[in-house]
Design a protein around this ligand. Structure first.
Ligand code: TRP
Length: 444
């Protein structure tokens, strides 16, 4: 029995959908707060190292497993290695997807709240932005309502089908968001007093190094590239046979990293330039944590003529970038339930929606719960998933199958050196690095 699965229609659609999954709140909200916590430039360096040494190889691997199996995150292992426990890696991924959505949707809700505040003109009248954010944090009902709305919006796109929903939206919105970030970064770095903020981003300062630096940077790399839970397996399963896997992975990783660094270029110069207390700025940044984006950016908009227009445009695009990420997360879990348990796609999406809302309510009510979901998924579940996928492709999967996938149905000729490097990275470098980072991070 072979059910014909959908594939992405156009070439740009493939990259756009994968990039749409990768680029999201992870880049614009989580990356700056992790960078603040991790001491600035040094965090970014380690982060980029993680992208190169295991981010890109693992993304190629997820795409490869997805396209070779044309199945969901767990079904893929089952198809490529029937009767083995590898499918548990896929199941762990599906669980991770739930955990991520359980707190991510809350932040998506915040972006909607800020979008409404911008549109209504409320935001440009605010004088104390930290207090404005604290009011939202202290209002679980409001957070819950907007979290539920965002979840339902995602469900709507999931039900409207893979091609129309994901591909079309990502193609137009990504470039727009990118342009807007460039404009904002230019405004931010030309503020009076922006220089220390630029230095914080570009000049490594060893005095801020934390013992969990590597664990934090690794977690952020997995989170930002949507790796370690089978999201890219699911998207890879929709790729066409000729889509080049390495090239697509590099493009997605470059775009994703550019957006994150650009977001830093907007947030840090603004934070340093606009703070009333430069002496305590670094500790303020760290303490600002999850609120950094929602406190610093509105301050920057207020420095710009037509602040209402800028902030509306920004929060609108941010919500849409978040939407292409939540769509990818919900897709993984929905198609898993649909294919593995033979439940209609529609019903399966509704189950998933209910599950997310339950977790989301707890995250809205309790900041510690929110943090546990964030830490458990980014720092533990995703890297463990990544560890197993590197072992699966590096040690278990048939080399010929890997070769066929990397040559994209014979249209490319991966050289022997390239193949050897790729396998070496997956067999040794990625697993050992991930394990070492765990052990080091936990030993403290
Ligand atoms: N990468 C997205 C972001 O940066 C979030 C995301 C989407 C994700 N799908 C994922 C994270 C799968 C981990 C795994 O916002």
């Amino acid at each position: 029995m072979s059910v014909k699965r959908v594939t992405f229609a156009s070439k740009i659609g493939v990259v756009a959908a994968a990039a749409g999954s990768a680029v999201g709140l992870g880049n614009i909200w989580r990356f700056p707060s992790q960078t603040a916590d991790g001491g600035g430039a040094i965090f970014i360096l380690v982060y980029i190292g993680c992208i190169l040494f295991f981010g890109i190889p693992l993304m190629v691997s997820e795409f490869l497993v997805g396209r070779a199996s044309r199945a969901n995150a767990a079904g893929a292992y089952h198809k490529l290695s029937p009767g083995t426990p590898w499918k548990w890696v896929g199941r762990l991924g599906v669980l991770t997807g739930f955990v991520i959505m359980g707190f991510y949707m809350v932040v998506c809700g915040w972006t909607l709240v800020y979008l409404i505040q911008s549109l209504s003109g409320h935001l440009s009248g605010v004088t104390d932005f930290a207090a404005n954010f604290a009011v939202l944090q202290g209002d679980p009902v409001k957070q819950t309502v907007w979290m539920i709305l965002f979840t339902l919006l995602t469900t709507f796109f999931i039900l409207s089908g893979v091609k129309k929903g994901i591909e079309q939206s990502a193609k137009i919105l990504m470039p727009l968001l990118f342009l807007l970030l460039i404009v904002l970064a230019v405004r931010a770095v030309t503020l009076d007093g922006a220089l220390p903020g630029i230095n914080f981003l570009l000049k490594p300062d060893l005095s801020h190094v934390k013992s969990t630096l590597f664990l934090d940077a690794m977690g952020q790399a997995f989170f930002s590239l949507s790796l370690g839970m089978g999201c890219m397996i699911t998207y890879g399963s929709y790729f066409r046979d000729r889509t080049p896997l390495l090239k697509t992975s590099v493009q997605v990783a470059v775009l994703d990293t550019l957006v994150a660094v650009l977001a830093g270029m907007v947030i840090f110069p603004s934070a340093f330039a606009l703070t009333a207390h430069p002496e305590t700025i670094v500790s303020d940044l760290v303490a600002g944590g999850p609120g950094l984006l929602f406190i610093t950016l509105p301050e920057l908009f207020n420095q710009m003529p037509g602040s209402m227009i800028w902030s509306t445009l920004f929060f609108c695009l941010l919500a849409l970038a978040a939407l292409t990420s939540t769509i990818s997360l919900m897709e993984v879990v929905t198609v898993y339930i649909h294919e593995e348990y033979h439940i209609p796609r529609r019903i399966s999406a509704l189950f998933v929606t209910a599950g997310i809302i339950i977790l989301g309510v707890f995250s809205s009510l309790s900041a510690p719960f929110f943090n546990i979901l964030d830490i458990a998924s980014a720092k533990f579940m995703l890297p463990i998933g990544g560890l197993f996928i590197s072992l699966f492709v590096g040690w278990h999967l048939d080399r010929r199958l890997i070769f066929v996938q990397l040559s994209s149905g014979g249209t490319l000729k991966p050289g022997i050196l390239f193949m050897k490097t790729y396998i070496f990275l997956l067999r040794y470098v990625a697993p050992i690095a991930i394990l070492a980072i765990f052990i080091y991070g936990l030993a403290w």
